[in-house]
Design a binder for this molecule. Structure first.
Ligand code: NAG
Ligand code: NAG
Ligand code: NAG
Ligand code: NAG
Ligand code: NAG
Ligand code: NAG
Ligand code: NAG
Ligand code: NAG
Ligand code: NAG
Ligand code: NAG
Ligand code: NAG
Ligand code: NAG
Length: 705
């Protein structure tokens, strides 16, 4: 079935094809010829063109080169223009005129246009017939003057008639008296004659209006030009068609991309390019797609894109609609822009917040002694860094409370453990104290002094970042029953020796010397190998060169450890630390708090108890240190004596920290050198201790004065 249709189609093509190829069979691309400034498009051609350049001799035009520029003619009619697009030609036709004198017509000319034998007809739609005069009948006759149309104009001698002689432009004569016109022109006229008549031989108006004119003109107004020999001519539009056949009779009679339409007033057809195509539709090539985009931007908005027979105006990205009419923001864009605007707004608000925070931080930084920092080679921590490290100062991470701040355990990147000390107050005094600590500690580089890693000054309250010392305070180990670390005299001795060394360093080697002012067991930290680390320098003072601190300085330190001489003299010296250290020694040896309450509520001073025990040779009653050997017993006595000397009421009677350190280190050294002999038990127990410690880590601070 399908095959049959195919065969039939092929057969049909074979039958039809020869006839289809009949008409514009020739190649006219070389024929487009000029006459002067007029082009002569196919199906028209010039006399000297070869025969394929015009459809038949009726379309053969002549070019008279005796004119400059040369003029195009058919028969004796000058052709002003030929348009393939509208299938029209514009020709010049002299006006008809009549002039009168007292005895009647003085001179008169009628005009005829004979299109017989030519493919032209008078355009019925594009021309207007006009007559100008005040006693005037204009006649447009056709087909042998038996039939015709016309118009009549009558007016008195007060009407001034426009003198159209020599006028070569469009005029609008019939807007006034003295003119008449008609547009009722029949279709398909091949012959016209234009005449003028007068009702009264201009008898009454001769003076004002001796001459009448009549003409057929293109358009609604008079299109007049100066004709040859000082005549006035008008432009007349002619239609033209091709052939005496119809579109359906011959296939492909027009070129490519064209439509064929039958003439509605004569035999013949017309070819026209499809919309959006241009070219000569009567030639084989026919019409080609116009690139609308090559001309001046045809799009109202967007990017012009040529398509076959048309063009599109693509709206810019994010816009919708037809760019020919105008683009509007697409819904998606609106959403995106809306979202974008929202995000921008949020971002802006965040930015402002960030700026504000930053400003506050900067302000704090300034306030918190950013200048101080300049001298120190400390790391300047960011507040966010520390907030993160301490899980926003989680209470569970609180290690303890010092005199001037809380200490939190933190870890940076889960790697480096730190202790963050956060100032307790935001008042200037507290902050100064805090910064004082930073200043002091930063000047100490001793293995038995807890190391300051950095500061954070941008936060509202300044923060100090210390190395994390994992094994708690000496105070904890003295009093916690779970702690077995101090069950070894060697360790006890080592811890106090190291502490003494640190204090000695601060007193003697630091420049300027530093008084800790708050020496007590809870300020002595123990690291993983139970090495002592002196901490909490909030109350410490750098002693200026004149050695003493002005008496106005308020006492800072912990009751029970505090140098009583200070209350009398108001003078704080390194001997104050010696006093404190003496109390520490006593505490360690006796496992008693420096101040406690007796059964009847009376206040008991360890210093008094210890001193009197020593004086009364009753030390055994207060000592609670594990002594195994004779030597250890001797050592304890030496240390107890040292402790009592340290807490002498008069600072002059107290040994210096150097002396204390020498004694303790001397004792400690003996154990160190003999340690090789000792069993490994101690070390094993130490490690066990470490495990216990890390499981029940707890800090204890005494309250401050
Ligand atoms: C017509 O002739 C021109 C050269 O004169 C040639 O370029 C063109 O392809 C020809 N067209 C056809 C349809 O034969
Ligand atoms: C036709 O005649 C004009 C003027 O005489 C000349 O310029 C033109 O080249 C001629 N055309 C042909 C095809 O001979
Ligand atoms: C050209 O025009 C002139 C003046 O109107 C006329 O004398 C001449 O015969 C014309 N020539 C042709 C070839 O028609
Ligand atoms: C000829 O007619 C076409 C179409 O009407 C017009 O575009 C062109 O300007 C005309 N040429 C002259 C010289 O009047
Ligand atoms: C007008 O003049 C012509 C002669 O020129 C004459 O035959 C005619 O009768 C006159 N008509 C009138 C109305 O005077
Ligand atoms: C009017 O014109 C005609 C023809 O030109 C002439 O014979 C006649 O003498 C003229 N009459 C007057 C009064 O000039
Ligand atoms: C028009 O011209 C043709 C020949 O060109 C002629 O046969 C015909 O008689 C003319 N018609 C008129 C009305 O003069
Ligand atoms: C116009 O005509 C009137 C009579 O209708 C006459 O009296 C008058 O003089 C004329 N005017 C002119 C300027 O000819
Ligand atoms: C019209 O004007 C021309 C010159 O522009 C002149 O020669 C002619 O006499 C005038 N005609 C009338 C009726 O005034
Ligand atoms: C030219 O063709 C037209 C129709 O296409 C026809 O009427 C006319 O007789 C033809 N003229 C000549 C000279 O072949
Ligand atoms: C061409 O003809 C088709 C149908 O014959 C019509 O739909 C279309 O509008 C025509 N195009 C032009 C440009 O005349
Ligand atoms: C060109 O495209 C527009 C829509 O963009 C349409 O309205 C118009 O009819 C098209 N013209 C042609 C010739 O297809």
């Amino acid at each position: 079935m399908g095959l049959q249709i195919l065969c039939f189609a092929i057969l049909f093509l074979c039958v039809v094809y020869p006839e289809a190829a009949l008409e514009p069979s020739q190649n006219q691309s070389h024929c487009e010829s000029q006459c002067g400034d007029q082009s002569v498009p196919y199906p028209f051609g010039l006399e000297n063109n070869s025969h394929e350049c015009f459809i038949n001799s009726s379309y053969k035009l002549s070019c008279n080169h005796s004119f400059t520029p040369p003029k195009l003619f058919f028969s004796n009619v000058p052709i002003f223009n030929i348009s393939v697009e509208t299938a029209t030609a514009t020709v010049h036709l002299d006006t008809a005129y009549t002039c009168y004198n007292k005895s009647g017509v003085e001179v008169g000319f009628s005009q005829t246009l004979n299109l017989t034998g030519w493919p032209f007809t008078i355009s019925s739609t594009l021309n207007t017939f006009m007559a100008i005069g005040c006693d005037t009948v204009g006649l447009l006759s056709y087909e042998g003057v038996q039939r015709g149309t016309g118009c009549l104009s009558v007016c008195d001698n007060s009407t001034s008639i426009r003198n159209l002689t020599g006028i070569t432009q469009q005029v609008e004569p019939c807007s006034e008296f003295g003119c008449c016109q008609t547009t009722k022109i029949p279709k398909g006229l091949k012959f016209i004659e234009i005449d003028l008549l007068s009702l009264f031989n201009h008898t009454y108006i001769l003076a004002s209006n001796p001459c009448d004119i009549a003409f057929l003109t293109a358009g609604p107004n008079a299109n007049l030009v100066n004709g040859p020999e000082h005549k006035v001519s008008s432009q007349v539009v002619l239609d033209w068609t091709v052939g005496d056949t119809t579109c359906d009779k011959v296939k492909n009679i027009c070129g490519h991309n064209t439509n064929c339409t039958n003439s509605n007033y004569s035999s013949g057809y017309r070819c026209s390019c499809w919309q959006g195509y241009a070219g000569n539709p009567y030639t084989v090539e026919g019409c080609k797609d116009m690139n609308e985009c090559a001309n001046e931007q045809p799009c109202k908005q967007g990017t012009c894109k040529n398509t076959p027979g048309n063009y599109t105006c693509q709206c810019p990205f994010g816009y919708q609609g037809d760019g020919k009419v105008g683009c509007s923001i697409s819904t998606a864009s609106k959403i995106i822009i809306g979202t974008g605007a929202f995000i921008f707004l949020v971002a802006f608000v965040l930015f402002l917040h960030w700026r504000y925070k930053k400003k506050i931080q900067e302000k704090n930084h300034r306030k918190n002694g950013g200048l101080l920092l300049g001298h120190l080679s400390l790391k300047d921590f960011k507040e966010t860094q520390l907030v993160k490290a301490t899980n926003n100062f989680d209470a569970r991470r609180l290690l303890g409370e010092g005199g001037n701040g809380w200490v939190y355990k933190g870890s940076i990147e889960n790697m480096i453990e730190i202790a963050v000390k956060k100032s307790k107050g935001i008042d200037q005094n507290k902050i100064e104290q805090f910064l004082n600590e930073a200043d002091v500690v930063s000047k100490i580089n001793h293995k038995n002094v807890v190391k300051l890693l950095g500061v954070c000054l941008e936060s509202k309250v300044p923060m100090l970042v210390y190395e994390f010392v994992p094994n708690g305070t000496l105070s904890h180990h003295i009093y916690a029953s779970s702690s077995r670390i101090l069950s070894s005299w060697r360790i006890c001795l080592k811890i106090v020796a190291e502490t003494a060394r640190a204090l000695d360093y601060m007193h003697s080697d630091a420049n300027p010397p530093i008084i800790h002012r708050d020496v007590k067991p809870s300020n002595i930290l123990l690291d993983e190998t139970y090495t002592a680390k002196v901490s909490d320098f909030g109350a410490s003072k750098l002693i200026p060169k004149d050695r003493t601190i002005e008496p106005t300085t308020q006492g800072q330190g912990t009751f029970g450890y505090f140098d009583p001489e200070f209350f009398q003299t108001g003078e704080l010296t390194t001997k104050s630390d010696v006093y404190g250290f003496g109390v520490v020694l006593m505490e360690l040896l006796s496992k008693q708090k420096p101040l406690s309450r007796g059964q009847s509520g009376e206040s008991i001073s360890l210093v008094q108890v210890f001193t009197s025990a020593l004086e009364n040779n009753q030390l055994d009653q207060v000592l609670k240190v594990p002594v195994a050997t004779e030597r250890e017993t001797e050592d304890v006595k030496i240390v107890a004596n040292l402790a009592v000397r340290c807490v002498s009421m008069s600072s002059k009677d107290r040994p210096t920290m150097t002396e204390v350190a020498d004694v303790l280190n001397g004792l400690s050294k003996e154990y160190r050198s003999s340690q090789v002999e000792g069993s490994g038990d101690e070390m094993v127990s130490l490690l066990d201790e470490q495990d216990v410690m890390s499981a029940s880590f707890d800090l204890e601070y005494s309250s401050s004065v």
